[in-house]
Design a binder for this molecule. Sequence first.
Ligand SMILES: [Fe+2]
Ligand SMILES: [Fe+2]
Length: 176
Amino acid sequence: MKKTNSRVEEFIRVDHAGERGAVKIYEGQLLALNTLVKDENLKKTIEEMKVHEIEHCQFFESEIKKRNIKPTKFLPLWDLLGVGLGFGSTLLGKKAAMLCTASVEEVIDKHYQDQIDQLGTNEKDLKSKIIKFREDELHHKDIAYEEGASKKGLYSIMDKIIKTGSKIAINISEKI
Ligand SMILES: [Fe+2]
Ligand SMILES: [Fe+2]
């Protein structure tokens, strides 16, 4: 087994937390869509994006095991907040639900780009996965805007809250 340097270890820990968080957000959104909110089109869109997030999450899950990295201790809290964010945003309506995706993906776009810039040839496979996942996330962001994500008025506040929250979660999950 090759030794993973500590920076790369942080990358994998935080990416695992983030991709799992993405799955949880969509689970929360689908919970709303299976109970209180009726929107079959939105449900289909979210189910499709969730398939990608599961694939992303499984990759980092296996990297964590393969390289013997400790996942973040905060997973139970991120799970809770992810489901809550997904459920809550979807109760507010389609614009808010899609803004949730757009806001998160905008943070992740930059986050993955930073990692791609730092990864060298000794982590070629990891780097190519992150490049591919970043492209998926950008695609999700485009879908969110096509489906009506809005940053007008009060939505701009929601955008800032989600972005700040995501950045805090990223900083914590890299380290602990
Ligand atoms: Fe993802
Ligand atoms: Fe995504």
